[in-house]
Design a protein around this ligand. Sequence first.
Ligand code: TPP
Length: 689
Amino acid sequence: MTKPDRLSTASAIAQASGYSAVAHPNVKPLSRPEHDRMANAIRALAMDAVERAKSGHPGLPMGAADIATVLFTRFLKFDPADPAWPDRDRFVLSAGHGSMLLYALLYLLGYERMAIEEIKRFRQLGSITPGHPEHGHTPGVETTTGPLGQGLANAVGMAITERHLAAIFGADLVDHATFVLASDGDLMEGVSQEAIALAGHLQLNKLTVLYDDNGISIDGATSLADSVDQVKRFESAGWAATRIDGHDPEAIARAIEAARHSNRPSLIACRTTIGFGAPTKGGTEKSHGSPLGPEEIAAARQRLGWTAPAFEIPADIRAQWRTAGGRNRPARLAWEQRLAALDPLSRAQFLRRLRGEIDERLVPAVTNVKQTLAQAPKDIATRAASELALDALTAALPEMIGGSADLTGSNNTRAKGMKVLKAADYSGTFIHYGVREHGMAAVMNGMALHGGVIPYSGTFLVFSDYCRPAIRLAALMGLRVIFVMTHDSIGLGEDGPTHQPIEHLAALRAIPKLKVFRPCDAVETVECWQLALQSQNAPSVLALTRQSVPQLRSGFDARNRCASGAYELIAAEGGAAQVSLFASGSELSTAVEARKLLTARKVPARVVSVPCFELFFALPEAERNAVVGAAKINVAVEAGIRQGWDAIIGSAGSFVGMSNFGASAPHKDLYQHFGLTAEKVAEAALNKL
Ligand SMILES: Cc1ncc(C[n+]2csc(CCOP(=O)(O)OP(=O)(O)O)c2C)c(N)n1
C-alpha cells in the first residue's frame, strides 16, 4: 500500500514554510534547507549502511529523520564527550529495528567511538553497530531495544527515577527529560498499555513519546490489524496528546516545546512517511526491513538532492551536526561545578548511588538479622522472612525502591516505614504498580538503567511468565533488578493449578545470567537477599513460599553459605554417606525428614541445600564435586519439574517432584497427593540401594 499523499503533503509543507525556529537557549535557528540537509544525512547513512550490510531497516530512520533532527539539534540535553553524564536527557529508540537512526545520530553528533567505520560495519561481528541497539555495547545507547514495547516501558522507569532522585537530591543535580521514539509496533504491544497507564497515573510530565505514526508495519498498512485512535488512547490514560506532521520541523519543535511545559506526560503523534525520500518503496512496507537496492537508493538521493557518495557527509553538514553535538557542553560543565560545590556527604552519597556501589551498611544489616534469627529461630514462610530482611535492608540502603503488582500484602515487599511513591510525592520508595507484571518488570529495567536506585518488586512466581520478556532483557543487559516471586509451588494450596508454578523454576534457570534463588528458611532468605543486592551486573529472582517452613539453619554463622549456590546442610551419620539428598526451598525440610528415616534404617545420608543453581554451576569443578559428594545414590526433591537437576544428581539420580499441573486443595493434602513427602524421598533412595 502506498501513501503518496503523505509524501507530497510533507514536501509541499517543506517547500512552503520558511523554517522559523522556536526560541530555545543555545540554539541558532536553522533555515529549512539546512534542516533538510541535516536530516538527509541520517537518511543517506541509513540507506548506505543497510545496503552494505545487505540487511536492516532503512524505513524508520528515513521516516523519522526530521523528528530526530529537531529533537537532537534543538532540544535534547546531552554531551557526546561524556555519554554517561548523569543529568543528560534520556533518548530511547523503542523501535530498535530502526537502529541506524540512532547510530547515524551518534556518528553525526560526534560520539567518539561511533566512527564512520562502525557505520560501515553495521550488523557485523565485533562492531558497535549491532542489528538492534544494545546497552553497554555502544556508548550513547540507553537501553537494549528490539522486542517492541520494552523501550517505551524502560523510558517510564527512567522518568520515574529522574523524578525520584530530583525529590531526594534536588533539581540542581537531577533535572532531565526522557524522550522515546516509538513505532506502531511499540504501541500495539500490550506492555505499552501497562507502561502508559502507569506514566499517566504518576503524571510523569518530563516524559515525551514521539510516535512515528507512519501507518505501516511488516504485513502492510497497520489498518490490516489496528484501528486504535492513539491520541484518544493516550489522553484517556492521562497524557497530553497531539497529532502533527512529522516532516514539518516547525510543527515538531512547537509540539516538543509544548511538551516541555506540560504538567502531564506527552504523546506527539508524528505523521510520517516510512522510507521518506525513496520514490517507489517510500510509504510502503517495502522500505521497512530490507535494503532498498542500488537503483532505489540512487533515485532517492536524487529526490532528496543528496549528491555525496555513500558514507560521505559533506563537511558543512558534518560541522553543523558537530556544533549541535557540542552545544550542551557549558550546561554539563556547570552541572559538574554544582556537583563539586555540594557538601561532601551528599556528593559522596549521590555518586555512590550512581556508581551502583552498595553501601557498607549492607553486611552489618544482614548480620544483625542473622544474629536475631540465631537467638530466636523463626518457623515462618520465606516471604515473611523476606519482609524481615527488607525491614533491615531498606533502612540501610535508601536506594532500594520496592513495589508489587497489586499483591503487596501477599508478596511482603513493603517494608516498615516505606512511603509510597506517587505523583504528589516522588520521594517515596514503594510503587504500587497495579496489576501490570510485564510493565512492572520493564519499568524496573528502566530504573536500573537510569541508575541511582535498586529496583525490586513482587508478584506470584507463576506470573513470572508475564514478566519474562523483560527479565530476559534485564539478564541480557546485566541489570541489577530483583524480583520477589512468592507462592512458589503447589505449597500455595487452595488457589489451585492456575496459580501453582510447576515449570517456572526450570524456565527461569534457563535464562543465562539470571540468578534464581530459592531459600529454604529465614536465614537463607536473608543470605539470598544479600547476594541479590551484591549482584551488580545480573538480575535475581527470589522464589519464596507462601506456607511456613521450619528454620533449618540454627546457630550463627557469619559466612553467607548460599554464596556457593549449594552446600552440605547436614552431614551423614553412622558412616560414609550412602545417599545424598538435594533440595531447594520448602522441600529442604522434606529432605531433612527423609534423612531421619534413612538414618533410622542405618543408611547414612547427607542433606545438601541448593538455593541457587547459577552460583553453584559457577564454582570450580573440584568444589562442585565436593558438594555433590561421592554417595552411591543421589536423590533430589523439589516441587517443580526435573529439568535442570540432572546436572547435579546425574541421569541415574532419582527425582521427587512434579511432572504435571497441581490441584486445588490445602497444601498438606497436595504434598501427600503428589508424593512430595519424606517417606517417598526415603523410598526413592532405598529402591536404589
Ligand atoms: C515483540 C516483537 N514482536 C515482533 C517483532 C518483529 N518486528 C519488528 S518491527 C515489527 C513491526 C514493524 O512495524 P512498525 O513498528 O510500525 O515499524 P516501522 O514499519 O514503522 O518501521 C515487527 C513485527 C519485534 N521486534 N518485537
